[in-house]
Write a protein that binds this ligand. Structure first.
Ligand SMILES: [Zn+2]
Length: 100
């Protein structure tokens, strides 16, 4: 896996840690959500709560897929497409959180 640095806490994202991409770059899930919570205060609190839970489960889904060690050669394309679908869903939820 390529190495990514979190633009909030400035540490390298470790394998197995949840992270996402925003316009500013790569960021830990926890860093992203807590910064957003501080920024918003009580504004859109419920929306942030729901979207952050959705993003958490989507990112967990990605990690679970990455944990599938052996993918047979003739399934690699299927795997890639499925992975990309979830990645896209994560990106969309991240964008919705950014726009709160
Ligand atoms: Zn971080």
């Amino acid at each position: 896996m390529a190495q990514f640095k979190c633009y909030i806490c400035n540490t390298i994202v470790k394998t197995g840690e949840k992270f996402t991409f925003t316009k500013s770059g790569s960021v830990h899930y926890d860093c992203f959500i807590s910064a957003k919570r501080k920024e918003l205060g009580s504004k859109n609190e419920e929306k942030l709560r729901v979207l952050s839970l959705i993003l958490d489960s989507q990112l967990q889904h990605l990690l679970d897929m990455l944990a599938i060690a052996e993918v047979p050669e003739d399934m690699k394309e299927i795997f890639r497409v499925k992975y990309k679908d979830i990645e896209k869903a994560c990106g969309e939820t991240t964008r919705q959180i950014s726009e709160l």
